[in-house]
Every structure is written in C-alpha cells, then in structure tokens.
Design a protein around this ligand. Sequence first.
Ligand SMILES: NC(=O)c1ccc[n+]([C@@H]2O[C@H](COP(=O)([O-])OP(=O)(O)OC[C@H]3O[C@@H](n4cnc5c(N)ncnc54)[C@H](O)[C@@H]3O)[C@@H](O)[C@H]2O)c1
Length: 501
Amino acid sequence: MSQIIRKAACVGGGVIGGGWIARFLLNGIDVAVFDPHPEAKRIVGEVLDNARRAYGKMIQAPLGDEGVLTFHDDLATAVADADYIQESVPEQLALKHRVLAQIEAAARPDALIGSSTSGFKPSELQEGATHPGRIFVAHPFNPVYLVPLVEVVGSPANAPATLDRAEAIQRETGMMPLRVRKEIDAHIGDRLLEAVWRESLWLVNDDVATTQEIDDVIRFSFGLRWAQMGLFETYRIAGGEAGMKHFIEQFGPALAWPWTKLMDVPEMTDELATKIGDQSDAQSGMHTIRELERIRDDNLIGIYQALKANDWGAGRTLREMEDRFFERAKDGAAEATPDYAAPLELHQCRVPGDWLDYNGHMTEFRYLQVFGDATDAFLGHIGMDAAYRAPGRSVYTVESHIRHLSETKAGTKLSVRTTVLGHDAKRIRLHHEMVDDEGNVQATGEHMLVHVDTSAGKASPMQAPLTDRLSALSPGQRGLVAPDHAGRPIRDIGWPVAEVE
Ligand SMILES: NC(=O)c1ccc[n+]([C@@H]2O[C@H](COP(=O)([O-])OP(=O)(O)OC[C@H]3O[C@@H](n4cnc5c(N)ncnc54)[C@H](O)[C@@H]3O)[C@@H](O)[C@H]2O)c1
C-alpha cells in the first residue's frame, strides 16, 4: 500500500464525490465518506460498480486489493484520521465555508483539504479559516475515476510544499495534477468550456443547430483532435511547414470579425431551457444515465488505450498508473515470504461479471490474462520493476500452453500457484495452476519466457537481481514434482494433420 497516503475522506458523495471515492478506493486507499443524502450509499455504490467495470477493462496490470470503504453519520468521525480530505458539496460558498470549518475542527493538523469547486478561488474558500494554508482547490473532471486532470490552485496562503504534497497524493491515484499559476474564477478548464457552452447556447437559441448537431460537430471533428493534441499543438500542424507564426498571421485577422457572440449571454428563459431539454431527450433519452456513463467510459478507455500505444498525452498517464499497479503487486509479492519448497502463490483476483462469455463462464482470453498477471507478479517477486526495465531490459512470453479444466463463474476468487520448472541464463519456464477458493483447479498454464534487450530486439542474459533471486528460489522449487502434463503439446488423438494444398 502507498506510503504517501493511507486514508482519504470524502465529504460529499454525489457525481464528483462518488468519482473521487472510486479513484481512491480502486487505487488501494481507504476512504471514509460523509454525505447526509439518505441514498448516498446506493448512489456511491452505483458509481463504484461502473468504476470497477471501467478499471477491469482499462488497467492491463493486476488490480490488487481495493481500499476499505466506510460511511459515517457525522462529518467529524469521517475526517478524523484522514491524510487527505476532498470536499465535494454543492457549489454554494456559504455551504462550503460551513463544511470547511467543520472539517478543520475535526481533521488532523497535518491533513490536506482539497475542494472540488468549479468556480471559487482558493482565497475565497480560505476566508475565515483557522489554517487557510492547508485548504486549496483540487478541481477534477467528470468521471473523476477515469479522467486524469486535476487543477490544483493555491493562494498566497498556501506554501508550495503543501501543494507539492497534494499533487504527490493525486499522482499516486493515477491523476495528472496541473498547478494553476494564478487563482482566477473557474480556473482554466471551465473557462474554456464555458466559452464553447455559451456559443452553443446561442446556436440553439437562434435555431442554427440542435443539441445533436452541435455534439456531432464536436465529436466528428475537433473533439477527436483535442483528446490527443489540445489546441495549440493542433493549430501548429494546421499552419503547415511554415508553423505556428504563419498560422497566426493567416487566421489572426478573423478573430476581429464578428463570428462569435462570446461576450453576450443568451437569457436562459423557460422557453430556451425547454427547447434544450426536449432536444436532449430526443438525442439521448433512450439511454439511462448509468447506461450513458458506461458508453462514455468504454469510449474513454478506447481513446486511452490508443494514446497509450503511442505513449502520448493521457495515454502516458495511464501507462504510469499501470506501472504503479505493477509496483504495488510487486510490493505485495515481495512482502510475502513464500516457502520456496512449495508452489508460489503471488497472484489473486476475483472474476468480474464482464469477464463472462455467452456461455456464462469466464471467456477464453481472460485465462491468459490471469496467467499473464501471475507471470508479472512472479517477475515482480524476482525483482523486475520499472527501474530494471528502464534501460530496455524485459521478459517476453514466447510460448504458452493453457488447459481449460473447469467452468469458471463470475465472482469466483482465483488464486494462482506458480512453479518454476526450470531456468537458464536467458529463459524461465513457468507452470501456473489457477484454483478457486475451494482449491479446485480451474486451468493450468505453462509458459516459456525469454529475457530480452528490447532496444537490440534480441534475447539477452538476465542480470541481478533477477539472477540472484532465481538462484535463491531454485533449490526449493527443484524439489517439486513437475505435473505430468508439463512439456506436452495438445494431445495427439490420432487424427491426420490437415494437408496444406
Ligand atoms: N458535476 C461536474 O461535472 C463537476 C465537475 C468538477 C467539479 N464539480 C464541483 O464538485 C462539487 C460537487 O458537485 P457535484 O456535481 O458532485 O454535485 P452533486 O449535487 O452531485 O453532489 C453534491 C453532494 O453533496 C452532498 N452534500 C450536501 N450538503 C452536504 C454537507 N453539508 N456535507 C456533506 N455532503 C453534503 C449532497 O447530498 C450530494 O450528494 C461542486 O463544487 C462542483 O462545482 C462538479
């Protein structure tokens, strides 16, 4: 578990608070919640279900144990022993002042207090505070458990070290903190969004476009570009080989033309609100909000994965987040002191509902995922971490043989028993046995791994600490009896092999 933060408290568990709760919990951090809403547990539970589903699809690393979630009837007990407290109550300054005062009265003196406020400046939140220096803005984006950016805004009352500590905690949960240089109303993101929002309201108000048409213009054009290069880098390319300066000179004069009604705000009459509401119902009313959230999450995950493949933007944040999951799995595995004279139990997981296929059992490729995660846990155990991989050293799987022995159901707690069948300077041969919580073998996997120099693109000898740790565990593992199916190909049942024409 993280040393930077052990326990968080979330005050307010609505759309945003629920997202913070999910982000902390799924990153292994305990969370105490205070929200007086009578249905707070149900609402948070539904957000958590969606978040678990999203992490199961997004994170290609062992997910590890979640933190412990507790709900409290009073604010004071929820925040009492938290390292970090996130306030996400409705956007009313008087309410935020009242809640922040209650948090300050009950929190540990060294606890940090972030506010999700979309619009208030930190100096406004700090008015009347006993220790204003530990209150700051930590403004996230919905869904908080998936979107990485958090705008961290301080006032002159905040020591830089306080904000540094807040950012370290946020990074630990896979977020991308951005320190806003000056406090202004609505920070940076919402300033940009409000400009587009105002212009969109005008376009609907003036019957130029429907809500659907405006959304189509965004998602079929610049929305695609924004997710990967933002605004300035995109425009740099639009300037062609002559570059950004040329682009500004070419299009700059248009800024003075009356294209935009930006400084004007359409009056939000009942008529306009009804028009937008009706158009939005026609556009998306066939889906519930939870369905829309899942569609949104799946699309975000796809974008994330594409960006990760290019080690770019939010994809790099995801890769770093996965590295932390691997590190935590490795720490967990390293803390264990296994008996090397027995198979090693280094990886456990529970089968989530969306791992099932149309037969209602765990689908085929998830078996390989479980064995792959067990292999990673083993490699972590013998010392392969981000530092070892940094110079381009890694271990690739070059051959696998999986035997599917049972119908693995949703909710089953799986544990993998790993045996080292052998190793030499460059290769490790592993056998995994996947068992349920009653010890029934669900599947076995046998894998040949090769140590590689990734920049040279060829096999290379392992180095310390891998070599030392393998030598340490070998005597015990050598005493184990290899299963009789080890080394066997798919059983030959006497059929002729198809002839290639
Ligand atoms: N919705 C967004 O897209 C978004 C994005 C970023 C930031 N924010 C900011 O996050 C904050 C919360 O917004 P939201 O959209 O989650 O609102 P919300 O209405 O969904 O949730 C607010 C929650 O606070 C709870 N609450 C009310 N009084 C409370 C109290 N005294 N103590 C503890 N809990 C209390 C409510 O029961 C509710 O569950 C606001 O400051 C908002 O500006 C919102």
